[in-house]
Design a protein around this ligand. Structure first.
Ligand code: SF4
Ligand code: SF4
Length: 365
């Protein structure tokens, strides 16, 4: 990407940078009335997801991200983020959050950092505005881990953040390094992300810290399953995303995980987290692909019928119900749902069963 040559102190007016402006997800913009239209099948959008805006996007360089430093094109041509995440004055967004909260309830606000030296003070500035306008709304900070330290994590908690999200994204150290670390001249380190995740886990408590993990960056099923066990044991939440190639990024032509693979991964994750699936119940071939699932048929059947394993993973609202359902977060309108932003219907469950193709796995029966 061409470099932005405007000095930092002159960027605010030209580029509507944070903290005066923020980007907001399309679904959240609809929920706040900043954008017209309806979500497919009237999915409700419970969480207002905000992301910081700087002219160069992000100084990290993740291979799949439309904000990455070295993506092709000019900053001004960054169409993905402009279309999918419209830019608004923070004051206007916050006023609408307050108005929506006054007329009902906002499930949660999530403020997302990019990797930029301004990102921490600007996170505090946006957080202060949200907390002042809507003090009862739970707030998550989706942080760029290596911009933080223990003092900053404690400060965020003190200022009202109840949940820390961290984009680990890569399910193994090798995949992380290839897509976010040295392999792409990025600043991120696997060890640094885990260090901050564990510090945050100590400070915020069980399941108040989550790692975002992407299915489809080249990891094996074994990588994912081992990670699910690890995070369950540490009481750190794991929220799945599905790789969806972004035009203009280094991985724009990379294939996606099949729906069958994605559904099986969702099912196994649910069984590990919610049904105490024992270690060794998932069998893999020599390449790490899942070939067997040895769990009681009734338990597997009940999980599938409930539909819950296939819903979006996300932070809860103030009542403990999942609210960050990210409509279109992992797929485009018109494509099959990768994760359902609402309770799947009986017809949806029938479709899911077909996608799972469980009869092809060794069930140990
Ligand atoms: S740190 Fe986040 S915003 Fe920045 S390039 Fe990586 S994925 Fe994108
Ligand atoms: S699950 Fe949603 S609310 Fe929670 S940290 Fe991730 S993006 Fe934010």
């Amino acid at each position: 990407m061409a470099k932005v040559t405007v000095p930092t102190d002159q960027q605010a007016e030209l580029y509507q940078i944070s903290p005066g402006s923020v980007r907001i997800s399309t679904a959240a913009a609809m929920a706040l009335g900043l954008k017209g239209g309806r979500l497919y099948r009237d999915a409700a959008c419970g969480c207002i997801n905000l992301i910081q805006n700087y002219p160069e996007g992000c100084y990290a360089n993740c291979a799949y991200c439309g904000l990455a430093r070295e993506r092709p094109g000019d900053p001004e041509e960054n169409s993905f983020i402009r279309v999918a995440w419209p830019l608004h004055p923070t004051s206007e967004v916050v006023a609408r959050i307050a108005a929506k909260e006054a007329g009902g309830e906002v499930g949660r606000v999530c403020i997302s950092q990019v990797h930029d030296k301004r990102a921490y003070p600007d996170l505090l500035a946006i957080l202060a505005q949200v907390r002042q306008a809507a003090p009862a709304v739970p707030v998550a900070a989706l942080v760029s881990a290596e911009l933080l330290d223990e003092a900053k994590l404690r400060e965020l908690k003190h200022l009202g953040v109840d949940t820390i999200g961290i984009g680990l994204d890569g399910a193994s150290e090798a995949i992380f390094n290839q897509t976010r670390g040295q392999g792409v001249r990025g600043p991120h380190s696997w060890a640094g992300h885990w260090r901050i995740a564990r510090l945050a886990r100590q400070i915020f408590g069980p399941l108040r810290v989550n790692l975002h993990v992407i299915v489809g960056l080249g990891e094996t099923d074994r990588d994912l399953v081992e990670l699910f066990y690890q995070l369950r044991d540490e009481q750190i939440a794991c929220y799945l995303f599905s790789f969806n190639p972004e035009p203009g990024t280094a991985l724009q032509h990379a294939p996606r995980a099949s729906l069958t693979r994605h559904r099986r991964i969702q099912l196994v994750k649910y069984l590990i987290e919610e049904r105490e699936l024992p270690h060794g119940a998932v069998a893999f071939d020599e390449l790490g692909a899942m070939i067997g699932l040895r769990a009681p048929a009734a338990v597997v059947e009940e999980a599938i019928a409930a539909g819950e394993p296939f819903m979006t993973d996300g932070c809860p609202d103030r009542h403990g119900r999942m609210t960050c359902n990210r409509p279109y977060g992992s797929y485009r309108p018109g494509e099959p749902f990768r994760d359902y932003p609402f309770q799947p219907t009986a017809e949806d469950v029938a479709v899911i069963r077909g996608q799972l193709r469980l009869a092809e796995l060794d069930r140990g029966e």
